[in-house]
Structure formats: structure tokens, C-alpha cells
Write a protein that binds this ligand. Sequence first.
Ligand SMILES: Cc1ncc(COP(=O)(O)O)c(C=O)c1O
Length: 358
Amino acid sequence: MFREVINTISPYIPGKPISEVKRELGLEKVIKLASNENPLGPSQNVKKALMQNLDELGIYPDGNCTELKLKLSKKLGVKPSQILIGAGSDEITQFIAAVFINPGDNAIMAKPSFPRYETVTKVMGGVPIELPLKDFTHDLQAFYDNINEKTKVIWICNPNNPTGTIVTRKELYEFIKSVPSHIAVVVDQAYKEYIDDPEYPDALEWLNEFGNLIVLQTFSKIYGLAALRVGYAIASEDIIEKLNRVRPPFNVNHLAQIAASVALDDEEHIKKAKELNKKSLEFFYKSFEQMGLPYIKSYGNFVMVDVKKDAVEVFKKLLLKGIIVRPGDIFEMPTYLRVTTGLESDNMGFIMALKEVL
Ligand SMILES: Cc1ncc(COP(=O)(O)O)c(C=O)c1O
């Protein structure tokens, strides 16, 4: 009855929802630092715009996301026809697999990395070629060495979720240049807006040079709109036109489109979120150092810390104290926790709880 491949696919394990933990454990206050969201959420401007736009809920949204694409095109310096909007960038990973992967084709990706690359490949009957990280980051030499006639898509998560590491400008540029032009190279930049480091490459700069490049970005992270589900791909007009063929007609809802359009103008709010993240990471680093716990320096809004014990056990004990994080077993890093940066009080709450648990 079921396709054979379905038995090989594990369902995505999301961070535990706050409501579930409250209900299960009878807790009143729960801190979630598990899904790399922005603890500030969206700006007041976004909330106001949402309230003012409740009158058109009875009609279908603009399936083309015309206004949002126009705003993005101005901001990014690309044509609207080079943009595709998805219900989260996650949805676009499915479109990419659907457009490029035939049964038996290969897609190269790092392990651990964002798990959806593997799933969407398998769903299409493709074979994920998962290459271990080197020094916690993508081993692009190994990527290159594994390219063959079956390779159709290469996924690069920059910075990488869950490790927070980056591939640098020169490395990435040289790598993309070395990839045959019939293979799609996807650079997932979900956390790009958090980064100031000049070594970090914004792959958008190379769009004109590489017709096989697809850049993924999202409103779920620094823009604080994870609940509304908006992400986007930027690529050549040809690739976008093909991705558009497999996109459901009304995949991005009306309120999500409005929120994302308004959020793009939220420069002050974004700056605030970025500063908060920087401070939070510094606080985490200092605390981990005091506790003698190794950690991986992160370019995102999350950090992996080695608790030197079974992380699932530590995760469970933290949960009893109302703190939700991610245990590293799902990333095959069994003594690590991945912790998202939160509000100052949440960060302190986490560190205090971690000290008690350890
Ligand atoms: C690297 C990466 N890509 C994509 C996503 C999905 O984001 P979205 O909410 O836009 O689907 C995430 C979410 O955690 C992520 O970490």
C-alpha cells in the first residue's frame, strides 16, 4: 500500500511546544530555547498591520505574493521573477527536490545539518549523500569528491544548523565555481541577518555568475515570524519558473504576506534582535567557560554545548524545570545540547537550571 521509501523516512522532530510541556508537567512558566526563533517575536508595526488586515480573510490570498516580491526585489537588487515565496523556506526545499531529483539521483549534504534536505530527497526517491562535518563545518573538499553523474542537488547550510559554523567566502566561492553547471547548488542562509563577519559570504552576490545557484532565506528567524510561515528562494528566472510549477497556488497566506512585507522595513527591530543575540551568545560562552563545558562558536542564534553527559538525560531534567532545549542525539552528537538564545532572563534561567542539573 505504501511506497517503500516511506519506511525509511523519520518524521521531523520539532522542538517541544510550550503548551505541551505546561500541560504534561503542570508547569506555569516554561522557557523554550529549542527552535531558533527570535525571542522578541515581530515588531509592533507588524502586529498593528495584522490587526488592520483582518477584513479579507474570506478571499484567497494573492498567490503570486506580488507586493512582497516587489519589496524583496528592491531590497535584494534582483528581479521579482527571480524570487519564489514559500510557506517557510522549508516548503521550498520540497519544491527543489521535486524539480531536480529523479529516483536514484543523488543529493549531497552535510551531516549533521538541517534534516529536511535528507527527507525531501528521499521523498522523491533520491539518495542523500550525507558527508560528515569536519571541525563542525561543511567539508567542501569531500562534497567535491562525491560529485558524480548522479548528483543533482548540493545543499549547503550556511551557517549550519545545528553547529552554527560557516563556510567562508573564498571556500564557498571556489566550491560553487568547481561544481558542474547542471547541478543545483542550494545555499540556505536562514540565519544570515545575524552575521556581521566579513568572512561570511552572502551567496546572493554570485547570483549573476552562477545560473545553478539557489539561495534560501526566511522570515522565521530574525524577523520573528516563524508562526506565519514565510520563506523565499532567490535564483535565476529559469529556476524560479520551474520551482513555481510545483508550488501550490495559494501556499502563502494573506496575513503572512502582509507581516513579511511590513517586517522588511523593521530595521530598528532587526537591529535590536541582532544585538540581543550577540549579548546572549557572549553570556552563554562566558557561562559555559566558567562551567568548564566546551562549546562550538556560533554564527546563528543558537549554540551547541558539550555537557559531557548523555544529553537526553540532561534535556529531560531541564524539561522538569520548565526549560526546553534540543538534545544532540538527533544530530548524532549525544553529549551536546543545542540552545537557542532567548531573552536575558530566559538565558539566565537556562544557565541556572543547567548548573543545577549537572
Ligand atoms: C537552516 C534552516 N533552514 C530552514 C529552516 C526552516 O525555516 P522556515 O521556518 O523558513 O521553514 C530552518 C529552521 O529551523 C533552518 O534552521
